[in-house]
Design a protein around this ligand. Structure first.
Ligand SMILES: NC(=O)c1ccc[n+]([C@@H]2O[C@H](COP(=O)([O-])OP(=O)(O)OC[C@H]3O[C@@H](n4cnc5c(N)ncnc54)[C@H](O)[C@@H]3O)[C@@H](O)[C@H]2O)c1
Length: 314
């Protein structure tokens, strides 16, 4: 098993899941966001080899991937990185994914499961949003994910490389980055409350997210890798909407704070509503998310507290 981005947030949970299945895993990550700490459990409990490398480096990647039968492709720049440097987004997310697909074909890989995103939908025209929804995206990040899905289709037609693209909704949980300049909404709320500041809601508070817990996302990846499916695109969603106001309240409750969220008008946010249809993934993979928002938040916040202590930042 070859996992690109395996030292990152989602990727490291996929690696944990593979180790639990008894698989030998090669992690390929350039550590621009990944951390060795994310792989501690997997390395202590399984057969895990880590190769530091960049998916944009075609030759090195091709060498590293040789011998793999299955590939989990998680390496990618995320939304704000793509917005701040669109050319780097092209190099990593599109050319890098091309390299992963090409190297997979050359190595005789049977199947690749790739991380896509609900960003491909842009602002939803229909809810819950299913996989037939048009590509209404107008961000660079979403554009790279649309391109990646299309590349997977083309590699399948030409070379027979089986693929499953998983469109994650809003993933959250332990190992989620809370230290960078750009963090997710959920992390922003938690960071503010931890500093004794009220969470700031940009918008009117009725905007929604479909919050899917990271271990559920990892599970979806494992069942996709093991399944007999090929050439499919599937949502990985909780199938529930949570408003930003509900999320802020839940963060405050779990953190035991009586602060009151602040509402600030936004210029242009990401999307107004996110609510993914779970029907196709349930029907084809038997996948269903199981961890609810409060439980997921408890686990995330408790991990974050421990991580700050161990990094000596607390
Ligand atoms: N987190 C979410 O809410 C979410 C939602 C939708 C889709 N996704 C997708 O899921 C995947 C995993 O995201 P994540 O949240 O774990 O992000 P992450 O940044 O934690 O993980 C990405 C990993 O890829 C590595 N990486 C980046 N560029 C690389 C390169 N050029 N070569 C090798 N490694 C490289 C990073 O070091 C990191 O370890 C990504 O493809 C992302 O687009 C995430």
């Amino acid at each position: 098993m070859f996992v690109t981005g395996g030292a990152g947030f989602v990727g490291s949970h996929v690696v944990d899941g593979l180790v639990r299945e008894g698989a030998a895993v090669v992690v390929y990550d350039d550590f621009r966001r990944g951390r060795m700490a994310n792989l501690e459990w997997a390395m202590a409990n399984g057969d895990v080899k880590v190769i530091e490398g960049d998916i944009a480096d075609r030759g090195h990647l091709a060498q590293a991937i040789s011998g793999a039968d299955l590939v989990s492709h998680q390496a990618s720049l995320w939304l704000w990185e793509c917005e701040s440097d669109p050319r780097e987004a092209l190099e990593v997310n599109i050319v890098g994914t091309f390299n992963v697909l090409e190297a997979s074909v050359e190595a005789g890989v049977v199947k690749i499961v790739m991380a896509s995103s609900s960003s491909v939908y842009g602002e939803a025209c229909s809810l819950p949003t299913d996989e037939d929804h048009p590509f209404n995206n107008d961000f660079f990040y979403g554009a790279t994910k649309v391109a990646d899905e299309q590349l997977a289709r083309a590699f399948y037609r030409k070379y027979g490389l089986k693929y499953i693209c998983l469109r994650y909704l809003n993933v959250y949980g332990p190992r989620q980055d809370y230290r960078s300049a750009y963090v997710s909404v959920i992390t922003n709320f938690i960071n503010r409350v931890a500093e004794g500041e009220p969470p700031i809601i940009f918008g009117d508070g009725n905007e929604t997210l479909d919050l899917v817990y990271v271990e559920d996302v990892a599970k979806a990846n494992i069942v996709a890798l093991k399944s007999g499916l090929e050439a499919e695109v599937l949502n990985v969603a909780s199938g529930r909407e949570t408003t930003l106001r509900e999320l802020a309240d839940a963060v405050l409750e779990v953190m035991g704070s009586d602060l009151v969220p602040t509402i600030e008008n936004r210029e242009r946010g990401l999307v107004v509503r996110r609510w993914g249809s779970t029907e196709k993934a349930e029907a084809l993979l038997g996948f269903r998310a199981t961890v609810g928002v409060r439980e997921g938040l408890r686990r995330l916040i408790s991990w974050r507290d421990q991580d700050i202590l161990r990094e000596g930042g607390g």
